[in-house]
Design a binder for this molecule. Structure first.
Ligand code: FO1
Length: 317
């Protein structure tokens, strides 16, 4: 946490790829002290190792080593260890864990087994990867998001990766998150924040599970920060991931307005893409500003442009 008064404290609430791209926009700015609070509902054990997909996507993206095609994993990684695991018919080899990625999982799992917290491990890892931002899991406790589907209850990665998000979703189950605790680090980051940005991550699969953790929702609703959420939909389409199919499965409206409604009480402004045409009555009846700007972060420059616009928007709130 910086003590430089002229820096603004920005907290980005992030899920996977969308969250990482949003955080990238605020990185390496002298006027910004950034903390990224990350979802841990996708985390799981593979081959006895703790894999934290959203934390690792943010880490690799901010460290400039992420595989740009996927938005996760290490660029140029190999899968020789995975091929040995496949030869040995180990379970869960559908989860593509690269050799470099495994280095992180080995290190983190050893540290956790030695009694370290996920917060402590990720702080050291972010520093060693040269990331000039604070990376915080929303909780240090395991609270897996489970997906209730027409073919039973699945672990998140079973549904998302093994089954390619195909089984129709009946519910996103975040019950374990309710018993987890928001870490002290996250509590103080939210309380000290000048600006909080809810990234354009999936509101059901990433942001929702975070809001279910302990008193996280209350923290956001009571803090003094200027709070801005960015819609993950552009023209009714998701930029990445299974959002639209998920909304249809859950019989939720596929609209930015419906997504904004899930954040009501937690935001001062909701950002939608410049090309959207919001209904007039939406603008009238809500307790937050609806602001339009280009939201597609197709490269690092676009992420920075969006971050700059959000900072200016926050100043005026
Ligand atoms: N996503 C896939 O679609 N296929 C994979 O094999 C896969 C492996 C993987 C390994 C490590 C990691 O950190 C992420 C990985 N992801 C993979 C992405 C991951 O499932 C998603 O990024 C999040 O869980 C959802 O945001």
């Amino acid at each position: 946490m910086s003590v430089d008064p002229k820096q603004i404290k920005v907290v980005v609430i992030a899920g996977g790829v969308g969250g990482a791209r949003m955080a990238l926009g605020f990185l390496n700015r002298p006027e910004v002290d950034m903390t990224v609070v990350v979802n841990v509902g996708d985390d799981d054990w593979f081959h006895g190792l703790r894999v934290c997909p959203d934390l690792d996507t943010v880490l690799y993206t901010l460290a400039g080593v992420v595989n740009p095609k996927h938005g996760w994993g290490v660029d140029g990684d190999t899968t020789r260890s995975l091929s040995v695991l496949q030869k040995l018919e180990a379970p869960d080899t559908w989860m593509t864990l690269g050799d470099a990625d495994l280095g992180l999982h080995i290190y983190r799992s050893t540290a956790l087994r030695a009694g370290g917290s996920l917060t402590e491990v990720m702080s050291l890892v972010a520093q060693k990867f040269g990331v000039k931002a604070t990376l915080l899991p929303v909780t240090d406790e395991e609270c897996p998001t489970l997906i209730k589907t027409t073919s039973g209850l699945l672990r998140f990665q079973e549904w998302f990766v093994r089954d390619r998000g195909q089984p129709a979703v009946k519910a996103v189950v975040t019950d374990s998150a309710k018993h987890a605790h928001v870490t002290a680090g996250v509590q103080s980051a939210i309380r000290e924040a000048d600006v909080i940005v809810i990234a354009p991550s999936n509101p059901f699969l990433s942001i929702g599970p975070m809001l279910s953790v302990g008193n996280f929702r209350a923290l956001l609703s009571e803090c003094s920060a200027k709070r801005v959420a960015v819609s993950p939909l552009i023209g009714g389409k998701a930029v990445k991931g299974p959002l639209v199919k998920l909304l249809q499965d859950l019989e939720e409206p596929v609209s930015s307005e419906a997504i904004a409604a899930r954040y009501e009480g937690l935001i001062d402004a909701f950002v939608i893409d410049a090309d959207e045409e919001p209904e007039d009555d939406w603008r009238a009846g809500v307790p937050y500003q609806i602001v339009q700007m280009p939201t597609l972060m197709s490269d690092a420059d676009k992420s920075r442009e969006l971050a700059t616009r959000i900072c200016s928007l926050a100043e005026g709130l």
